[in-house]
Design a protein around this ligand. Sequence first.
Ligand code: SF4
Length: 52
Amino acid sequence: MEQRIKCLVEECVYNDCRRRICRAPAIEVRASGDRAVYTADGCKCHTFKPRP
Ligand code: SF4
């Protein structure tokens, strides 16, 4: 199945910069802090891995 997660984080090793999609087989997204999340800014991709 084609991956459909759009992501523009080019610094991540899973990012396909040309197509602007995530190539990871699955991702995990969590709240970025301890508080309740009310906006997208409060979310964070924990699958992010920096390029070597
Ligand atoms: S793992 Fe997360 S940060 Fe990295 S390309 Fe996928 S969605 Fe973006």
